[in-house]
Design a protein around this ligand. Structure first.
Ligand code: ATP
Ligand code: MG
Length: 355
């Protein structure tokens, strides 16, 4: 999709199985809404084809695509009751009154709004309004449900509750769903499949577990979770196991992406997640890990269920190393300025050859 000379979505090919829940995840401006608008039929792709149920739909108008949509601002009709909002798509499609009334009660029950049918939109809470919007999008049994960050405006607790609700409703109806978000946690929790976008391009297309465990490039490794990145060059390669040389140390890791075939001396980026690094004042406790370094605590942030440490580890360069510490038996804090040891398993160092 081009806007003038600007490519907002660039060579984005993917497919989604019927009944699956796909999330398009990416930072602001990465092309998520543009992609969704093309699928919905509000934008015509400059190039390429979109098919639904095996039928090319490029030439099919938006209102003929059998797609239910929930936008960030919900776009509910404020002067109508909850039930009238939900009935609206059926009226437009000229369903008869009994059918409308039955179908509306069914779907109001599914989204747990029974009893609130006669309320006007401004007499409903934020979460209840979300439910009306999703009921209205689903009431005519669309082939496809599109969600463009409808939960973004909610507070965190309600958002997390509604994420699970969307997931439950989607599973109960089995409706194929494409959800857009920049909330990585939401993507991991609700999806069967995730597409990570950046700069209009698909960075990775994988299941949540694959995306988390085997990120396809440094962008994905950084975008999902808190990740430390170390630069170096490739020394040797055997299968997927690689040896890396940084300015001060040699590291072992697992090769995750290598676009042109690895060569000794190739520049690489290595990523290790904050929760895969262990920290201890006692070096012996880290025995058996693939890489152990000495560092100094420069900051400790209390996050409730875990602590986030920032460390200066001279052998790993000037950037702070971030570590999550979560140990039910040990809430003792390593003090600022005190020397500590950190270590990780070699399999947790993801290595990417620079493109
Ligand atoms: N109609 C348009 N004309 C020109 N540029 C546009 C148009 N619509 C979107 N863009 C540009 O395309 C890029 C992608 O926009 P898009 O709305 O798809 O991003 P997004 O990933 O949904 O971001 P956000 O998370 O902020 O909603 C942005 O740089 C945006 O400015
Ligand atoms: Mg958007």
């Amino acid at each position: 999709m081009r806007f003038g000379d600007f490519k907002a979505v660039d060579d984005a090919s993917f497919s989604l199985e019927q009944g699956q829940f796909l999330t398009i995840l990416g930072p602001s401006g990465s092309g998520k809404t543009t992609l969704l608008r093309m699928i919905a039929g509000f934008l015509n792709p400059t190039n390429g084809e979109i098919s639904i149920n095996g039928q090319a739909v490029n030439a099919v108008a938006a209102n003929k695509r059998s797609i239910g949509i929930v936008f960030q601002n919900l776009a509910l009709f404020p002067h109508m009751t909850a039930a009238e909002n939900v009935a609206f798509p059926l009226k437009m499609r000229r369903f008869d009154a009994t059918k409308i009334s039955n179908r509306v009660s069914e779907i109001m029950e599914l989204v747990r709004l029974d009893g609130l049918e006669k309320r006007r939109i401004n007499e409903l809470s934020g979460g209840q309004q979300q439910r009306v919007a999703i009921a209205r999008a689903l009431v005519f049994e669309p082939d496809l449900l599109l969600l463009d960050e409808p939960l973004a405006a909610l507070d965190r607790k309600l958002r997390e509750e509604m994420q699970l609700e969307f997931r439950r409703i989607q599973k109960e109806l089995g409706v194929t769903t494409i959800n857009v978000t920049h909330d990585q946690r939401e993507a991991l929790v609700v999806s069967d499949q995730i597409i990570v976008m950046d700069g209009g391009k698909i960075q990775q297309d994988a299941t949540p577990t694959q995306m988390y465990r085997t990120p396809g490039n440094p962008f994905v490794a950084n975008f999902i979770g808190v990740t430390n990145v170390i630069s170096g060059e490739l020394m040797s390669l055997s299968g997927n196991t690689v040896e890396i040389k940084t300015s001060d140390v040699n590291l072992s890791g697992v090769l995750r992406s290598n676009p042109d075939g690895a060569k000794t001396g190739a520049k690489v980026k290595c990523a290790v997640r904050a929760e895969q690094i262990r920290i201890s004042a006692d070096k012996a406790e880290l025995d058996g890990l693939g890489a152990i370094f000495e560092g100094t605590v420069t900051d400790v942030i209390f996050e409730g269920e875990r602590l986030l440490y920032e460390l200066l580890v001279p052998q790993l360069g000037p950037d702070p190393v971030r570590i999550f510490h979560h140990d039910r038996n040990d809430f003792a804090t390593h003090e600022l300025g005190r020397p500590v040891y950190i270590g990780w398993e070699s399999r947790d160092l993801h290595v990417f050859v620079a493109e």
